[in-house]
Write a protein that binds this ligand. Structure first.
Ligand code: BTN
Length: 227
């Protein structure tokens, strides 16, 4: 599925560059000047992080669950490296309460562009970002090339599994890693909805136990409700 690799020093966003190349081309950059996140947010992309994007053709089974599935792939790889990542629905990974990874998927007419940003070797972050790198967590500096190649194997395997068996093959494993599970949260839809996070549905939607009962949400921005 992933056939070639282009590694660039600096780009605006690997998402934009990946759109100009064939499906199956992985675009990696050492820095992004306009790294993008979900909901139009900026993705802080200095030297030291790993920033990659690639496209797959449209038509994959349970396509809308790709952000969760790819976040799960990264989580599985980080777990294999000895970290304990949690998935913050729908597309981020946290370790020890701080963000280490974000996944962005964008659907075009004929392809889906999948982007992954990993806080890998950075030595510090602006305080307001509540981010941390794998290097800050472990004291180790990671070899970017081998990290990337091993990570791509996890991602590729999971995308093939999603296409073969659908999201049902991931639901339990993702629920087991869900950040804020059984805690009181606020989901901004953008209207705030308060509830206890109970899990995810077979469609990858978030299940909240609200005052009106169990409700499912396919979009929103999640935070822990302050005590
Ligand atoms: C998020 O947390 O909202 C998703 C962040 C995704 C960031 C990655 S870095 C590689 C790719 N290029 C971008 O501009 N964004 C994604």
């Amino acid at each position: 599925m992933l056939r070639s690799l282009i590694w660039l020093e600096e780009v605006s966003s690997t998402q934009e560059v990946a759109k100009r190349f064939l499906v199956g081309t992985v675009v990696v950059a050492n820095r992004q000047t306009s790294g993008r996140g979900r909901l139009g947010r900026h993705w802080h992309s200095p030297e030291g992080g790993l920033y990659l994007s690639f496209s797959i053709p449209v038509g994959i089974k349970d396509e809308s669950t790709l952000p969760l599935v790819v976040a799960h792939s990264v989580a599985s790889y980080l777990k294999a490296l000895g970290f304990m990542p949690a998935i913050k629905w729908v597309n981020d990974l946290y370790v020890g309460g701080k963000k280490v990874c974000g996944v962005l998927t964008e659907r075009l007419r004929d392809r889906i562009v999948i982007g992954v940003g990993i806080n890998l070797n950075q030595e510090s972050f602006p305080k307001d970002l509540e981010a941390i790198s794998l290097r800050m967590l472990s004291g180790k500096t990671f070899d970017k090339v081998s990290f990337l190649l091993e990570l791509l194997e996890f991602i590729e395997r999971d995308i093939e599994k999603l296409n073969a068996f659908g999201f049902v093959a991931f639901k339990q494993a993702i629920e087991d890693r869900l950040l804020f599970k059984d805690s009181e949260v606020i989901l901004y839809t953008p209207e705030p909805v308060v509830g206890i996070l109970k899990g995810i549905s077979e469609e990858g939607s978030l299940l909240l136990l609200t005052q009106e009962g169990l409700k499912s949400f396919s979009v929103g921005d999640l935070t822990l409700r302050a005590l």
